[in-house]
Design a protein around this ligand. Structure first.
Ligand code: SAM
Ligand code: DTB
Ligand code: SF4
Length: 351
């Protein structure tokens, strides 16, 4: 545990405390989230990341939200792992468009050892361009995590997606424990952790509480916390469920509340407003930034679904007076800690 000014970075949050935050009057919740944000992060700056699907579709897992599961009926054509040069070409374009981080995603339950040499070349190539690298490849063995670390991978994304008790309703081919085990391997290998989840899968408020609680009580908070709004894809279990029961769609204010509670409970983390922005209006996105979101995915595609696109984002940034973050915030670099880390150096407040 450590203190900086008024805010304590804690990993002993209780579900009751998190539930009380969710219940706060909206103005109070937003005030607390913005106050926490300004203590640890520079305001008015948002990190730009670009996603690329390096291996699409045909996945053996049955995640109910995902267009890429072989058990979904989405008509998505499966393809094999992209060539390294094609990945580096996409990375160069992302860099030209102002991205600071390049995130590569594969529709795998886990990478095969024979895939690792190409993956390692991708990481090295993107790093040489001066961008941060992130990969999301499914479950990892200790040895694979070590290889990724050795190649210089900056971040590994592996979402817990929802509360532990709701997990089996979303995915049946692996367990919440499996997810935590991979996060441990990533952390132990010395790679920064990116872990978050999806809001709007028909879950209860208590599941959103449990989801934030699971992340905020990790021994060290993830350095990045993506909060996705479900992108309903026809032919997936959850996309079809939402089409049949439109009332199950998440309320925008409840989504903003989730972002705010993530910001308050994990003050040092970058909170990424991830999938689902395409269906959000400017006002909802502005509220998410006020609630402490300070990172987005740019470009007109996420992995398989659409994204707001650079022109829409440039217009939104101009309207809100936001600017792209030049590099990861100095204070977080100084801290070297995702939070909840007993040996963390004392933090200095952001200007
Ligand atoms: N196969 C790897 C895995 O599952 O860890 C990596 C790729 S997977 C597509 C990355 C994350 O994208 C998922 O954990 C989920 O949180 C998010 N995601 C996938 N489909 C989504 C959708 N339709 N709407 C919102 N988020 C989604
Ligand atoms: C994350 O939390 N969201 C990104 C990234 N990590 C890999 C993926 C969003 C995927 C949205 C659905 C799609 O495009 O297939
Ligand atoms: Fe596969 Fe990842 Fe999609 Fe699940 S979320 S089906 S593991 S690609």
């Amino acid at each position: 545990m450590m203190t900086s000014g008024e805010t304590l970075v804690r990993n002993d949050w209780t579900r009751d405390e998190i539930s009380i935050l969710f219940d706060l009057p909206f103005d109070e919740l937003m005030w607390r989230a913005q106050s926490t944000h300004r203590q640890f992060h520079s305001h008015g700056e948002v990190q730009l990341c670009t996603l690329l699907s390096i291996k699409t579709g045909g996945c053996a897992e049955d995640c109910g939200y995902c267009s890429q599961s072989a058990s979904a009926d989405t008509g998505l054509k499966a393809s094999k792992l992209m060539e390294v040069q094609a990945v580096l070409q996409s990375a160069a374009e992302a860099k030209d468009n102002g991205s600071k981080r390049f995130c590569m995603g594969a529709a795998w339950r886990n990478p095969k050892n024979r895939d690792m040499p190409a993956i390692i070349e991708m990481i090295k190539g993107v790093r040489q361009m001066g961008m941060e690298t992130c990969m999301t490849l499914g479950m990892l063995t200790k040895n694979q995590a070590a290889q990724l670390a050795e190649a210089g991978l900056d971040y590994y994304n592996h979402n817990i997606d929802t509360s532990p008790e709701n997990y089996a309703n979303i995915t049946s081919t692996r367990t919440f424990e499996d997810r935590i085990n991979t996060l441990d391997e990533v952390r132990n290998a010395g790679i920064n952790v990116c872990s978050g989840g999806i809001v709007g899968m028909g879950e209860a408020r208590s599941d959103r509480v449990g989801f934030v609680h699971a992340l905020a009580t990790l021994e060290r908070h993830p350095e990045s916390v993506p909060v996705n709004a479900l992108v309903p894809v026809k032919g997936t279990v959850l996309g079809d469920m939402l089409a049949d029961t439109p009332l199950a769609k998440i309320d925008e204010i409840e989504f903003v509340r989730t972002v705010a509670v993530a910001r308050i409970t994990m003050p040092l983390s970058m909170v990424r407003l991830s999938a689902g922005r395409e269906s959000m209006n400017d006002a909802t996105q502005a509220l998410c930034f006020m609630a402490g979101a300070n990172s987005i995915f740019t470009g007109d595609k996420l992995l398989t679904t659409g994204n707001a696109g650079e022109n829409a984002d440039a217009a939104l940034f101009a309207k809100l007076g936001l600017k792209p973050m030049e590099s990861e915030e100095p204070m977080r670099q100084k801290s070297g800690c995702g939070g909840g880390c007993a040996s963390a150096p004392v933090l200095e407040a952001a200007e």
